[in-house]
Design a protein. Structure first.
Length: 306
């Protein structure tokens, strides 16, 4: 407490004014999660099957991951659910929204389809992940990065088990507001609502701790170019999210329901993945699961109702 003696005349009882304790706190693969609700489920119960997918992002090699060069923070004039929705596995927007960024190659060249097609996976409890075929190598076309990924693939698959030979994780959201990307760059986001039409974003870029320094630097640069606050992909998304928020508040727009039926009724349980997955790479199965869970939580009086 600066100037405790002069400004407070030593009359401030600092022992009574510490941080407010949380009811539960736990960690998973280097990330800490906390809640003020003592009746909430434990972290592992809350994550459920999403825990494996978090490992596929953050526990690929011994030592886990580290954050590169601190955190970015910026504000987007959009509703937080639109951003979380996008990271649930919205590959439908990519060939349209990001076509210019893809064609310029500034943040890397990416194939649209051509054997890379994976499917959205429903991890339950509002969580969702978008996947790609394991051999598609959905990575930035930077020689250092591609070489590193190829050299470590066998080690990663042995560490993560059989499921990692069937898919690779590219993007996902831990319900409600923690999103992860591992495609054109490596980043994670926390969406902090600042009202119905304003979201504070915290973003960190991450890389395997065991990666060589030159690989870490390559990932840092590609993140800045693509998904940082001034990145080509991020500029596209922010424009969409802002416009969606603005138009959804319109007098006429509010008279009509939002259509969210893409892929409805075509999801299936995959025994090898031990998860429900969509029938095609473009689907809104994860989004329906996200909003269903959000609605359940808004209606429930407490966790016992769920």
């Amino acid at each position: 407490m600066p100037s405790l003696k002069d400004a407070y005349y030593s009359e401030l009882d600092t022992k009574q004014l510490g941080l407010v304790p949380v009811a539960q706190i736990d960690s998973f693969r280097g990330f800490y999660f906390a809640t003020f609700d003592a009746s909430a489920p434990t972290l592992m119960e809350y994550l459920g099957d999403m825990a494996w997918y978090l490992r596929a992002f953050f526990d690929r090699r011994e030592g886990g991951v580290e954050v590169i060069a601190g955190m970015y923070k910026w504000v987007i004039p959009c509703n937080w659910k639109i951003a979380a929705d996008n990271f649930m596995g919205d590959s439908y927007h990519v060939p349209w929204t990001h076509l210019s960024a893809i064609n310029t190659g500034f943040a890397g060249k990416f194939r649209l389809g051509q054997g890379a097609d994976g499917v959205p996976v429903m991890a339950g409890k509002g969580h969702g992940v978008l996947t790609a075929n394991p051999g598609a190598m959905i990575r930035p076309p930077v020689p250092l990065i591609l070489e590193y990924e190829e050299q470590t693939l066998a080690e990663v698959q042995e560490r993560l088990g059989h499921r990692s030979t069937l898919l690779q994780t590219t993007v996902g959201t831990v319900f409600p507001s923690f999103s992860i990307l591992r495609a054109n760059s490596n980043s994670f986001r926390v969406w902090h609502p600042m009202g119905p039409d304003k979201t504070l974003v915290w973003e960190g870029s991450y890389v395997d701790k065991a990666a060589p320094p030159e690989v870490k630097e390559a990932y840092r640069l590609i993140a800045i170019q693509g998904t940082g606050p001034s990145g080509t992909f991020e500029q596209d998304d922010m424009d969409n999210w802002q416009e969606c928020t603005t138009t959804a508040k319109g007098v006429v727009a509010r008279r009509y329901p939002m259509n969210l039926q893409m892929g409805l009724g075509h999801q299936k349980y995959d025994p090898e993945l031990e998860s429900w997955s969509s029938g095609f790479k473009f689907s809104e199965d994860n989004q329906r699961g996200f909003y269903k869970r959000w609605s359940e939580l808004m209606d429930a009086a407490d966790w016992a109702d769920l």
